[in-house]
Design a protein around this ligand. Structure first.
Ligand SMILES: O=C(O)c1cc(=O)[nH]c(=O)n1[C@@H]1O[C@H](COP(=O)(O)O)[C@@H](O)[C@H]1O
Length: 311
C-alpha cells in the first residue's frame, strides 16, 4: 500500500516532512536562468528547462534526508506543455532517487472524468491496448466535495497500482472556514469530509494502520489538527502551511500519533527559497535547501516522542 511506502521512507530518514517543488521562475537562481535563456531565448522551453535543472539539483541534495516531494501541478502548467514535461521528468527523477512523489493537483470532477485523472496521475493510460504510465506519481491531492463517485475511480487505481490520495479536509488558507467550518447538524463540513476519508480508506488499508486515503489538514489550524487526529485514526495527514504560511512545529505536532507517524508536513517556498533567506551565494541554493530541510526536520521532531513503526 502506497502509504506504507511513505511511512517506510519517513522512518528510514527519521523525517516527517515533504518538500514542495512549486518552482516559479523567479525562485530559480539567475545563473541557471541565464544559461537557459542563452540557449533557448526567453521562451517557455527555457523556463521549463531552468526549472528542471533547479528541481534536480534540489532533489540531488535532499533525497537521502527527505522522504518525499510534492510538485504542485499549477507551477508547471504555467509554462505550458514544456512545463508539463518538466513535471513528468521531475516525478521520474525523484522516484529514481527513492523518494515518494505526491502530485498536488487537487483534482475533482464527475466519475467519468475522474477516471481520466486517475489514469493520468496514478494508474496507466490505455493506448490501443498498450498500458502506459503517463505521470506516475505515488499519490495525488484531490477534492472530495463531489462525493463518492468522484473518489471511487481513484480508489480503483490505488488498489491496482499501489497508489494513494490526499483529500482536502481542512485547508490551510485564511478563508477555509467560510465553508469548511459550517455545521451540518452538530458536525462541521470538514469533520464530515474527514469521516468520508475514513470510510473510503477501509477499501485500501495498509499494514501500519493507515489507509491509502489521506487527508489534507493545514498547519495553520492546530486545534483542528488535534481534533482530526483523534477522530480519524486510519487517515494519514498531509499538513501544508508550515513556514511561509505561518504554521509552526508545535502546532503541527498535533497531527501526529504516539509513534510520531500519521502526518507529513509540507514546506515549499521555505525550502526552495532558503538561499534567498540565508542571503548566501546563489550557486549554493541546493545546499541551502538541504540546510533548511535539516532545520525543519529538527524543529518538528523536537515535539515528537519518536518516529517508529507501530509495535
Ligand atoms: O494540498 C496542498 O498541498 C495544500 C493544501 C492546503 O490546504 N494548503 C496549501 O498550501 N497546499 C499547498 O501546499 C503548498 C504550500 O506552499 P508554501 O506555503 O510555499 O510552503 C502549496 O503547493 C499549496 O498549493
Amino acid at each position: 500500500m502506497s502509504m506504507d511506502r511513505l511511512i517506510e521512507n519517513i522512518v528510514k530518514t527519521q523525517n516527517p516532512s515533504v518538500v514542495g517543488l512549486d518552482p516559479k521562475l523567479e525562485y530559480v537562481p539567475e545563473f541557471i536562468k541565464e544559461k537557459k535563456f542563452k540557449k533557448y531565448d526567453r521562451t517557455l522551453k527555457a523556463a521549463a528547462k531552468a526549472i528542471l535543472e533547479f528541481n534536480k539539483c534540489i532533489i540531488d541534495e535532499i533525497h537521502d534526508i527527505c522522504p518525499a516531494i510534492k510538485p504542485q501541478a499549477a507551477y508547471y502548467e504555467m509554462y505550458g506543455y514544456e512545463g508539463v514535461k518538466t513535471l513528468y521528468k521531475t516525478i521520474q527523477y525523484a522516484k529514481e532517487k527513492g523518494m515518494f512523489v505526491m502530485t498536488d493537483g487537487k483534482r475533482n470532477d464527475i466519475g467519468a472524468t475522474m477516471e481520466a485523472y486517475a489514469a493520468a496521475h496514478l494508474g496507466l493510460t490505455d493506448v490501443g491496448g498498450e498500458k502506459i504510465e503517463a505521470f506516475g506519481a505515488d499519490a495525488l491531492t484531490v477534492n472530495g466535495y463531489l462525493g463518492s463517485d468522484g473518489i471511487n475511480p481513484l480508489l480503483e487505481q490505488c488498489k491496482l497500482y499501489d497508489k494513494g490520495i490526499f483529500v482536502l479536509v481542512k485547508t490551510s488558507n485564511k478563508s477555509s472556514g467560510e465553508l469548511q467550518d459550517l455545521k451540518i447538524g452538530d458536525k462541521t463540513v470538514y469533520a464530515t469530509m474527514g469521516d468520508m476519508c475514513e470510510k473510503w480508506g477501509t477499501e485500501v488499508m495498509g499494514k501500519y494502520g493507515y489507509s491509502g486515503v489521506g487527508a489534507v489538514v493545514g498547519a495553520t489550524y492546530p486545534e483542528q489538527l488535534a481534533e482530526m487526529r483523534a477522530a480519524l485514526p486510519h487517515t494519514f495527514f498531509l499538513v501544508p502551511g508550515y513556514g511561509a504560511q505561518g504554521g509552526g512545529a508545535e502546532g503541527v505536532s498535533k497531527g501526529f500519533d504516539k509513534n510520531g507517524l500519521g502526518a507529513i508536513v509540507n514546506s515549499s517556498r521555505g525550502v526552495m527559497c532558503a538561499y534567498k533567506k540565508e542571503e548566501c551565494d546563489e550557486h549554493d541554493f541546493a545546499k541551502a535547501a538541504r540546510r533548511e530541510v535539516i532545520r525543519m526536520k529538527e524543529d518538528i521532531i523536537s515535539y515528537l516522542p519518536r518516529i517508529a513503526f507501530p509495535e
